[in-house]
Design a protein around this ligand. Structure first.
Ligand code: SF4
Length: 419
């Protein structure tokens, strides 16, 4: 393994001196870091102008220039243009949150009825070769690392499936060395035995690899861009493949080219200017929809959460009101898109937002590795891997199902049949 790809999964105080020096230099000296806009060997380049369109719109977005009149005009129209969407994301729209919520609710009902999908994520490995400074799985963070064996994966899936869940999202840290595409593909084949709908959230791969994973049984691919601001991105992702911003940006498009049915998009709100990141995320979906109209597209809206060894990480200026504004604006601009609200948010917020614009919620969540039996069935803590971040809403599948029903919604576990 080349020195530049060497990863040390131990406490940073115990790192070999060379690695410690390298970590500090990566943090202190931008010239020591690789060019984040340059593809690395093996990364497929596809023909697409969506990046340029999104970056240009984000660059030109001067949200303080929008007025109450712009917001009122946006709310009065049947269909929402990009300009209207920008007005709805602006500070001028904050006093109109109730009107936005009412319009969003109506659109959600028109497109999705009163349904809400429930799924659960399953982390099968937490090895990661990237150094994202805000994430608990980063290669320099001192956590317990684990990669599940196929027997353990099957066991975890059995435990989850017993609850009645029919959709699973399989996640790994981003390490080809520890969780290669074949390992993920085999995990997906096991998942096929227990679940009807399978998503993955893994490191971005090339079209042929997405095709292989689709053949193994993957329905959709989620990739978080984290922040669309390339300069900010550079300062947060200091090492590893994830550092390459454009390769990550094109991941959903490569996944669709590889035959996937759907793709999920997101910025991690709070990393940078959340209004600009929200604009970029939605435009990413908008342009992909125009190019691939058959694809099922969805948005997530994670905010930063505290991590192991750093509980001070928090979404700075994105409170629940701001998050609600962003989600209502997403719904009004993209009425057809799924919106997922994860367990990073509180139970009260998720109960409320599911009635307005969210279409999918997770339940029975653990972001640790191999601990579903312990969490679901009260077994002793076994040899498990640490969590990626602390979750906020730890309702079980049964509790979530019940709460959604009590809120007047119809929980859906799967709505897709292959013929
Ligand atoms: S955000 Fe993803 S890629 Fe970055 S350190 Fe965490 S698991 Fe690895």
């Amino acid at each position: 393994m080349q020195e530049e790809n060497q990863v040390y999964f131990v406490d940073s105080d115990q790192l070999p001196l060379a690695a410690l020096e390298r970590k500090h230099r990566l943090e202190q000296d931008p010239s020591f870091r690789t060019n984040h806009m340059e593809y690395m060997d093996g990364m497929q380049v596809i023909e697409s102008d969506i990046k340029e369109k999104v970056l240009k719109a984000m660059d030109e977005f001067s949200y303080d220039s929008y007025t109450a009149a712009d917001v009122e005009r946006a709310l009065s129209k049947e269909s929402c243009s990009i300009e209207d969407f920008k007005a709805l994301l602006s500070p001028a729209a904050a006093p109109y949150l109730e009107q936005m919520a009412r319009k969003a609710e109506e659109l959600t009902k028109n497109h999705f009825g009163n349904t809400v999908y429930i799924f659960t994520p399953l982390y099968i490995a937490n090895y990661c070769q990237n150094y994202c400074i805000y994430c608990g799985f980063n290669c320099y963070n001192n956590i317990r690392r684990k990669k599940l064996t196929f027997e353990e994966i099957e066991h975890e899936m059995e435990v989850i499936a017993k609850t009645g869940m029919e959709e699973i999202l399989i996640l790994t840290g981003e390490s080809r060395a520890y969780s290669d595409v074949t390992y993920i593909g085999e995990a997906v084949k096991i998942a096929k035995k227990y679940f009807k709908n399978i998503g993955i959230e893994i490191y971005p791969v090339n079209v042929d690899e997405y095709q292989y994973l689709h053949e193994c049984g993957v329905d959709y691919v989620t990739v978080f861009q984290e922040t669309y601001n390339t300069e900010k991105y550079e300062t947060l992702h200091l090492l590893g493949h994830k550092r390459v911003w454009p390769y990550r940006f094109d991941a959903q498009e490569r996944a669709l080219m590889g035959g996937m049915r759907g793709a999920g998009f997101s910025a991690l709100l709070g990393l940078d200017d959340f209004r600009k990141d929200a604009l970029a995320t939605a435009l990413h979906v908008y342009y992909i929809n125009r190019k691939y109209p058959h694809a099922e597209l969805s948005l997530s809206c994670p905010r930063l959460r505290p991590i192991v060894n750093n509980d001070k990480i928090n979404p700075r200026d994105v409170g629940e009101k701001e998050l609600c504004q962003v989600l209502c604006a997403y719904r009004i601009f993209l009425p057809f898109a799924g919106i997922t609200v994860s367990s990073r948010e509180s139970a009260a917020f998720r109960n409320g937002i599911a009635k307005i614009c969210a279409t999918k919620v997770s339940a029975g969540v653990s972001t640790g590795i191999g601990d579903h039996e312990e969490k679901y069935e009260g077994k002793e803590e076994a040899d498990v891997g640490d969590e990626q971040f602390e979750i906020n809403d730890n309702r079980s599948f049964a509790a979530m199902y019940q709460d959604m029903e009590q809120g007047g919604l119809q929980p859906v576990l799967n709505d897709y049949i292959y013929v």
